[in-house]
Write a protein that binds this ligand. Sequence first.
Ligand code: AMP
Ligand code: GLY
Length: 422
Amino acid sequence: MNILILGSGGREHAFAWKMQQSSKCDDIFIAPGNAGTAQIGTNVAIDVNDFPAIKTFVLANKIEMVVVGPEVPLVLGIWDFFANDDELKGVFVLGPSKAGAEMEGSKAFSKKFMAEFDIPTAGYREFSGEEVEEGVAYIATQTPPIVLKADGLAAGKGVLILSTIEEAQAELREMLGGKFGTASSRVVIEQFLDGIEFSVFVLTDGKDYKILPVAKDYKRIGEGDTGLNTGGMGAVSPPPFVDEAMMKMVEERIVQPTIKGIHTRGMKYDGFVFIGLIRVNGEPYVIEYNCRMGDPETEVVLPRLENDLVDLFLAVRDGKLAEQEITEDKRAATTIFLVSGGYPEAYEKGKEMTGFDGIKDSILFHAGTKETEGKVVTNGGRVLAVTSYGETFQDALTISNKNAAKVNFAGRNYRTDIGFDL
Ligand code: AMP
Ligand code: GLY
């Protein structure tokens, strides 16, 4: 079948790489894609949020499956757009409906959902613009650090952790005053949880589910988890502290009630639930839900998944997920992201990249890259994910580090300490 993948990151390159291994995959298209996806399939210059243009392309190219990488088209309702259009009825969209995507699109929605279905998470209160003084008074009763979350999508910048009551109060006023536009017209104030984070990915059809290999990502720009937050500087799968006993707790206390909640509420959900978790005193709590796969986690999760990914997606479509069994590569995988100098603040694009050719023992997943005049150049902040396998994550990391050093471009930066806290 012909498949269209929406997105342009390392996550989407990893999807293309994995789906192309399936005998069921004929032509594969990526919109808009990057220099890496162009080596697997055909890049198409369509914006992921331009649904009418996607429809025209899908019909013209007999696409039977659309895999949605990023959250924005999901929150904007791409699933519903396809479901409500007679000409698109036979096309399967892997992703939740607009209602399902609210799990990521609204923090207030997901907190209410967790409360209703008894899912362990930080205690919280939510405030709207009219309730700013109540919010300020509430903060005065709390013990810092104080966690403030913009309700809506804020391009990964909507969570602030403040170390004093005064800073938190000032920040609340700014957020409710429009700091993140309508995304912060409501703000969730949450109890701070102290622990180590990890990511669990669940594939579901809204009734049955399968849990994919577990991972941990590293978001800070600097070694030892210091400095600004980024889209992700690297990842490890599996993080050794997430043992069988922990996964049993996660499945029973979090995954099962989450899927039951989705089912009970009648949310149409044909896709991934990415559960951001934190271990506190040996027990798992939900930090957030996302309605898509993680990036850079996908670049270590899919290499460790032995199943045919197209088969898994078809099982979601056909309501046969329960018949599938997930098998994992026993090896560990790590990925290291090469990023542009200056990222996550201002950075330059268009730097020529060299040194790919001799690399045989890592998988290179492109993110912010493009091809111009036969050269690969940088085209974003996060540029290239270098994924390797090893008997342990340390072995895998040694290989990723060796190969990260071989790929060159002006301003290149990366962390050498991914997994340092494991
Ligand atoms: P989110 O967008 O909800 O994932 O939040 C971004 C990051 O903020 C998370 O990955 C955590 O590192 C941190 N964070 C969010 N909520 C909390 C919390 N309640 N306690 C401690 N850290 C948090
Ligand atoms: N790695 C975190 C995310 O994709 O949101």
